[in-house]
Ligand binder design. Sequence first.
Ligand code: AMP
Ligand code: GLY
Length: 428
Amino acid sequence: MKVLVIGGGGREHALVWKISQSPMIEEIYCAPGNAGIAQIARCESIGVLDIEKLAEFALKNEVDLTVVGPELPLTMGIVDYFESLGLKICGPGKDASELEGSKAFAKNLMKKYRIPTGEYEVFSDYVQAKNYLKEASYPCVVKADGLAAGKGVIIVSDRVEGDAAVELIMKKKSFGKAGDRIIIEEYLEGEEASFLAFTDGKFLLPLPTSQDHKPIYDGDRGPNTGGMGAYSPAPVITDALHQKIMEEIMIPTVRAMDAEEKKFKGIIYAGLMIKDEKAKVLEFNIRFGDPETQPLLLRMKSDLIPVLLSIAEERLSRVKIEWDQHPSVCVVMASRGYPGNYEKGKEILGLEDAEKLYGVKVFHAGTALNGGRTVTSGGRVLGVTATGKGIDEAIDLAYQAVKKISWEGACYRRDIGKKAQTEARIKI
Ligand code: AMP
Ligand code: GLY
């Protein structure tokens, strides 16, 4: 089989790495890819939004299956376009992608189908939003409706901050058209976790649980990023809670999408807030998480290709997946300045030494080749990922590997996985 993976981050390196182990694979292409992906796949410099060119490439190279990493091509309708040309592709169509593409759509769906989430109001009128803030209880959360690369969410602690957030999103248009509508939402306390499942629109197959670390600094301080590290499983999701999440959130959401004639096929990812053994949805994503995919795929023992194919062909109920019981941890190494303006072009040293450690895999994100040297080319540069017998060993191995890698200005959090250690100890 020939497979095309779309994207060029750590998530896509993990996907290409996992797919490359399938005995069904004859050739893997990746567009645009990165320096790590180029070691195991043929990279093609086509942008992820250039849907026509991607389809042309898939047709010309007789690609049997396309896998989409990022959300934007999905919300733009890449799946509908590929399918109209007879190309097999794994992911939701344009209509179903609204689940991530519009927070107002997702919140209204949850309200209609009684899926647990925070209280909220939607506004397309600036004055009405400002009036609402006069009566609101604080803290609350102001969100741009559309896609804003994880940055369109502002937690405000009083009316002054609330007014400023509404101004930023609706008047200054800091997130462009994504801010034409906003949501003002109840602030939820608790611990966050990521819950991903494969679905063909009828049947759901959950992946193990995981947890991201969004803020840039240790102790969850500082501005939000795309994710500074992740681990799997997330002990905060107990077996009983897992069942409840499937019954009250995941299955009802996929059914609701079907009932709304927006059948969802692909990977459904619920960002959850957990408190007192209860989960509420913060947001839905329509794709694999980044960096959650790195530790998740390190734990996947089964071949990924039959799973992805059975989603595209709507026969997922016949698939079984085996997972490694050992936990895994991914520490993201980033460029100095990220998530603001960051440096690029710094030579990365020590990659081979890091990967010599047993149980360690270094996934590339923002890397490029420059005259035979691997250099930084993005904010998040590497996802240094490890499995261990227990969470302590996985953390230890990941950080041992991190310490072998260097470039000028490399930054990373020192506390990835700490919450899982604390949870595990509380349970003992
Ligand atoms: P979202 O893109 O909606 O998941 O929001 C990004 C991040 O903002 C989440 O991962 C949370 O850390 C935070 N957040 C979003 N909504 C809420 C909420 N209602 N209460 C507390 N924190 C939130
Ligand atoms: N890890 C957060 C995301 O993929 O959106």
